[in-house]
Design a protein around this ligand. Structure first.
Ligand code: SF4
Length: 460
């Protein structure tokens, strides 16, 4: 019993997070920056922060994640980190030769009030940023928000740094990808290609954080959105933001600066959210839905029809990020499952309202919480009071799953103890099939394990 101190007696927390359902802002900023080709993220703070951000991403993706740090000492903590950042930019461009450095702040540099924009301007004036190279930046104080907020802030920083207004218009759509795996980013691009819709997607971590083993280390892998693509975003017809928490800020900035309108939709996770994405591509991209995509959808329906008896009425607890949880919950409801406990550490007043709308007919009394006080301790307490048949969440959920003996589906960030998440998508119809296969596998394995010998069936 690893979490033996969790009690069934629920007291609403007022000022304490016990087992957080989130990580820190700069991790999200670093992940978004890695989706730009030739970009080296830089953490403006202490070495310890940067080590944590890098190790979290390295452990999740099982890939080496490079980043610079301003290496704050006691002196910089008191007098400011300007000299450190100036030196760091000079060193990084001289030694590691990135095309872009993406600087994000940390709790410490935000608290002392470093103005990163001003420091970057000074670096450019002093010739520390070579001709043709770029520095972008984002404010990511981790005492607010979560890794999702950091991702959104850096995505806005990327747009501010590159998208240029233009009177020329191209027949292309911008896709602002919410926080998903490299495999999902590849899947979203593949869907657009199959539909015949030209897109610029940012960020794009496919072929960066799932790069093949070639025996040769490449500091800047082949993937990532390129600078010309980023500049061309100001010429696109429209921006599709996939997940409002991650993309709405950047979409609004792009509209304001380049007059490119936007539509924010859910990440295409599950059946209906994928339907909406496909129809939006068809509408805005003026494209027919090809037979291959319709057939893929049909296969999802076929699995649901065949296996619905094993899904019906099963109770599920969920922990994760809002942009993923909303379409995932909708999918579970479509499968006639019952999401009864839902927690996200990421704040945002719309979360509860949107979730209640999805659940109002099928699970009107679900427990839903998000924000700084919504944690996995609370989720565990809810589960003790109303047990579930399945838990879905990141690796930290394994402690609850073990203590309560619940089948556990790893999904979200971070996943430290399994592989596969960055190679197989959960988005699109292919992703829906993978989710179904995983959920059914867990439920049927449990049924096999718990069946007495007289009802242990070969064919289920
Ligand atoms: S001090 Fe702040 S920025 Fe640094 S690792 Fe901790 S939460 Fe993240």
């Amino acid at each position: 019993m690893l979490l033996r101190h969790t009690t069934g007696e629920i007291k609403e927390p007022t000022a304490l997070t016990i087992n957080p359902a989130k990580t820190c802002q700069p991790i999200g900023a670093m992940y978004a920056a890695l989706g730009i080709h030739g970009c080296l993220p830089h953490s403006h703070g202490s070495q310890g922060c940067c080590s944590y951000h890098r190790s979290a991403l390295t452990r999740h993706f099982k890939e080496p994640v490079m980043a610079g740090t301003s290496s704050f000492t006691e002196g910089s903590s008191v007098f400011g980190g300007q000299p450190n950042l100036l030196q760091a930019l000079n060193n990084m461009f001289t030694i590691y030769n990135p095309d872009i450095v993406a600087v994000h702040s940390t709790c410490l540099s935000e608290t002392i009030g470093d103005d990163i924009g001003q420091i970057v301007s000074k670096a450019i004036t002093e010739g520390k940023v070579p001709e043709g190279k770029h520095v972008i930046h984002a404010s990511t104080p981790s005492y607010q928000g979560s890794h999702v907020t950091g991702y959104a802030n850096m995505l806005e920083g990327i747009i501010k740094g590159f998208a240029a207004p233009s009177v020329i218009k191209r027949d292309q759509l911008n896709i602002l990808a919410g926080w998903v795996e490299p495999s999902d980013m590849r899947e979203i691009k593949d869907i657009c290609k199959t539909m015949g819709v030209k897109i610029v997607m940012v960020p794009d971590t496919s072929d960066v954080l799932d790069a093949p083993q070639t025996g040769k280390y490449e500091m800047y892998p082949s993937g990532g959105t390129t600078i010309p693509e980023l500049i061309s975003m100001g010429q696109s017809k429209l921006t599709l933001g996939l997940g409002s928490w991650c993309t709405e800020l950047a979409a609004k900035t792009l509209e304001r600066t380049c007059k490119v309108g936007f539509d924010i939709m859910d990440l295409p996770i599950g059946l209906r959210a994928t339907d909406r994405f496909i129809m939006a591509l068809s509408r805005y991209g003026n494209a027919e839905v090809p037979k291959s995509i319709t057939a893929e959808r049909g296969r999802v329906i076929d699995i649901i029809t065949d296996m619905q008896q094993y899904l019906y009425g099963k109770k599920v607890a969920l922990v994760g990020d809002p942009d993923q949880l909303l379409p995932l919950t909708e999918f579970l409801v479509d499968l006639e499952m019952k999401p009864v406990h839902i927690v996200s550490g990421t704040p945002g007043s719309k979360f509860k309202t949107k979730m209640e709308k999805i659940l109002k007919d099928k699970v009107p009394n679900a427990n839903i919480a998000n924000g700084p006080l919504a944690d996995m301790y609370q989720l565990h307490q809810w589960i003790k009071n109303e047990p579930v048949d399945l838990l879905i969440g990141n690796t930290y959920g394994k402690y609850i799953a073990r203590d309560e003996d619940i089948p556990f589906l790893r999904m979200g960030f971070p996943i430290y103890d399994r592989v596969g998440h960055n190679y197989f998508p959960v988005t699109g119809y292919k992703g829906a099939m993978r989710l179904l296969e995983k959920i059914l596998g867990l439920l049927l394995d449990r049924q096999d394990r718990d069946s007495p010998e007289e009802t242990f069936e070969l064919v289920m």
